[in-house]
Design a protein around this ligand. Structure first.
Ligand code: B1M
Length: 243
């Protein structure tokens, strides 16, 4: 009897050890696991699973920005590459983006939670005209809000005149522009010129970002700074407005 118990006990132990190894419960980092699952949910176009995982991120106290950038965002990057290679088509790209957007609805409030009371500056932000990509811009807007900026988000496909109108209306210190298409990044130059024409350029700083944009492009069009991601955007905004 004792012998049978030992055999069964050993069997259970070995099975649990195997499961633990297989699932990455022990030895590997739990945080890596949630990032892998978030990425997989987007890559598999699984909107429900992405939303469930976003809730899990909040419940476990995992860093929401990391979940967005290194989990969901990584998934979208994979789909973007597959789209470019002609391996997936637009409807699939849209579902993957939906998985990210619905998860963001859950995660964004956690990004802006610790908002400080002191306003560091007024920022008008938007994706430029002709460009409907708004996920990255929304993350940047949320992070700026979280770090004490008053943010006026104009959304996507924002006409040049709208940037100027809003900057004037709210007495902006900074205009932030996002572009994801090589065909729309030229609109950033248009906004910089329009700010000059409106006599606002002396007061309003300009920050740009988005996948096809670079530091060199910022210099070329006369923007004050380029930021690669949301954290860099916050750093750049702080630096620009402290001068
Ligand atoms: Co589009 N798309 N898309 N797309 N899409 C890209 C951009 C593309 C690179 C895909 C590819 O071919 N590999 C390609 C552009 C090619 C090019 O111009 N060189 C492309 C294309 C071609 C298109 C269409 C033209 C497709 C078509 O219709 N045939 C069309 C465009 C329509 C239009 O805008 N007029 C289109 C449509 C779409 C969807 C609607 C399906 C969807 C967007 C949904 C939405 O945003 N509401 C979509 C998506 C999801 C993508 C990819 C896959 C992912 C973009 C994204 O959200 N990334 C993208 C491929 C890629 O980028 N690798 C692609 C995640 C996000 C967190 O990152 O936006 O880079 P990102 O933002 C980052 C940084 O860039 C930075 O910080 C953010 C956070 O880290 N940042 C800033 C961004 N803005 C900033 C502003 C700042 C500072 C930092 O300061 C103000």
């Amino acid at each position: 009897m004792t012998c049978a118990r030992t055999i069964i006990g050993n069997y259970i132990k070995q099975s649990l050890d195997f499961l633990a190894w297989n699932e990455g419960w022990r030895g590997s980092d739990v945080s890596e696991d949630i990032l892998i699952r978030l990425k997989a949910a987007v890559v598999k176009y699984d909107v429900e699973q992405a939303v469930a995982l976003a809730k899990e991120v909040l419940a476990t106290g995992f860093d929401p920005l990391k979940a967005i950038e290194e989990g969901l965002g990584e998934g979208l990057r994979v789909i973007g590459e597959q789209f470019e290679a002609g391996e997936v088509f637009l409807p699939m790209l849209m579902i993957a983006a939906q998985a990210m957007k619905e998860s963001l609805v859950i995660l964004e409030p956690a990004l802006t939670k610790g908002t400080s009371r002191k306003v560091l500056g007024r920022v008008v932000i938007g994706t430029v005209e002709g460009d409907i990509h708004d996920i990255g811009k929304s993350i940047v807007a949320a992070m700026l809000t979280a770090n004490g900026f008053a943010v006026y988000d104009l959304g996507s496909d924002t006409p040049t005149a709208k940037f100027i109108e809003k900057a004037r209306e709210v007495d902006a210190d900074l205009v932030g522009m996002s572009a994801l298409l090589t065909t729309t990044m030229t609109k950033m130059a248009e906004v910089v010129d329009a700010l000059k024409q409106a006599g606002l350029r002396g007061k309003v700083k300009v920050l740009i970002g988005g996948a096809p944009v670079s530091k060199a492009w910022a210099e070329k069009i006369g923007a004050d700074a380029y930021a690669e991601d949301a954290i860099a955007a916050v750093d750049a905004a702080k630096k620009l407005l402290s001068k």
